[in-house]
Write a protein of this length. Structure first.
Length: 311
């Protein structure tokens, strides 16, 4: 919600250049001496490693801080943590249980704060997803994405991302697992300008009809483990992305999933390992799009373009 369509376009353009040039390492000084603090209240594979490698490959450094290592774990406030870290580092990325924590952290910090996933949103993921879809389809505007499954943090953020980029999105979830009202309202407001069509229904077959991309995510997100049995009964098999369902989408439709996947639950092996699946490119693009995001937040535009023109 803090980026507009033009800013996302710029970040995606930069991500494309950084990806193309990744092997040459010509941007290895772009973030020289910059430091990113990473706070993790929940586990992570992709977010943890891609942010750390992004900083390292651009000449900076990342400090990984799990909750048990911080005074935060012993009751220091998130605001005081942000005020302190702001005196040492250039940016903070935080993965939190309560979205309010990342909001408080951002308010108290004097450096940029990136949401590395909360129970409500996962914006760093959606930048990578947009990059992946753009690579596959050559455009974003006018595409149709189908989301099948839980109306969770990734789905909420996709609503915003789709609305901003003029992508139609059809979300099929059970009635009691609809996306966040705030995300739906904001997406609908943005869509009035961009022309994106936003649809929230309960029928996965209708959602995937004419879709260019079918997406899903775990039906038991981190923090909801105690609801596992109940959720599996509601979601599986109706909201499983399997060969039969994806074949109802366009013939050239692609499959995306932020990972980690629970194979055999929200997605079957034939889909995630099949020819339509982009999940490994999607995971890789976390690295490139986050490099672009970090440059966007930490450098002024002239500095970025000066570096690009030297390439
Ligand atoms: N997609 C994603 O954020 O993965 P991790 O939980 O492994 O970071
Ligand atoms: N919805 C998932 C995403 C994991 C990257 C979760 O919150 O656990």
């Amino acid at each position: 919600m803090e980026l507009n369509s033009e800013e996302i376009d710029k970040i995606l353009d930069l991500a494309t250049v950084l990806k193309k040039e990744a092997k040459q390492r010509i941007f290895r000084k772009l973030l020289m001496d910059k430091v990113l603090a990473m706070i993790f209240q929940k586990p992570s594979t992709r977010t943890r490693v891609s942010f750390e490698v992004a900083m390292l490959q651009l000449g900076g450094h990342a400090v990984n801080l799990s909750i048990s290592e911080l005074q935060l774990g012993r009751g220091e406030t998130i605001e005081d943590t942000g005020r302190t870290l702001s005196r040492y580092v250039d940016a903070i990325m935080a993965r939190v249980y309560n979205h309010e924590d990342v909001v408080k952290l951002a308010k108290a910090s004097s450096v940029p704060v990136i949401n590395g996933l909360s129970e409500h949103y996962h914006p760093a993921q959606i930048l990578a997803d947009l990059q992946t879809l753009l690579e596959a389809k050559g455009k974003l505007k006018g595409l149709k994405v189908a989301w099948v499954g839980d109306g969770n943090n990734v789905c909420n953020t996709w609503l915003i991302g789709a609305a901003l980029m003029g992508i139609d999105i059809s979300i099929a979830t059970p009635e009691e697992y609809r996306p966040l009202k705030e995300a739906v309202d904001n997406a609908q407001k943005i869509a009035k300008d961009t022309g994106a069509i936003i649809e929230i229904i309960d029928d996965p077959v209708m959602a995937v009809k004419d879709a260019d991309c079918v997406m899903t995510d775990s039906v038991v997100s981190m923090g909801f483990e105690q609801e596992r049995d109940k959720r599996l009964k509601v979601f599986i098999p109706k909201y499983q992305v399997n060969g039969k369902l994806i074949n109802r989408a366009k013939s050239d439709a692609v499959f995306m999933h932020c990972l980690p996947a629970k194979r055999g639950e929200e997605v079957t092996d034939d889909v995630i390992d099949g020819p339509k699946s982009l999940v490994w490119d999607e995971a890789e693009n976390r690295l490139h799009s986050q490099k672009a995001l970090l440059c966007y937040l930490l450098l002024d535009e002239n500095e970025i373009f000066r570096n690009l023109s030297h390439s």
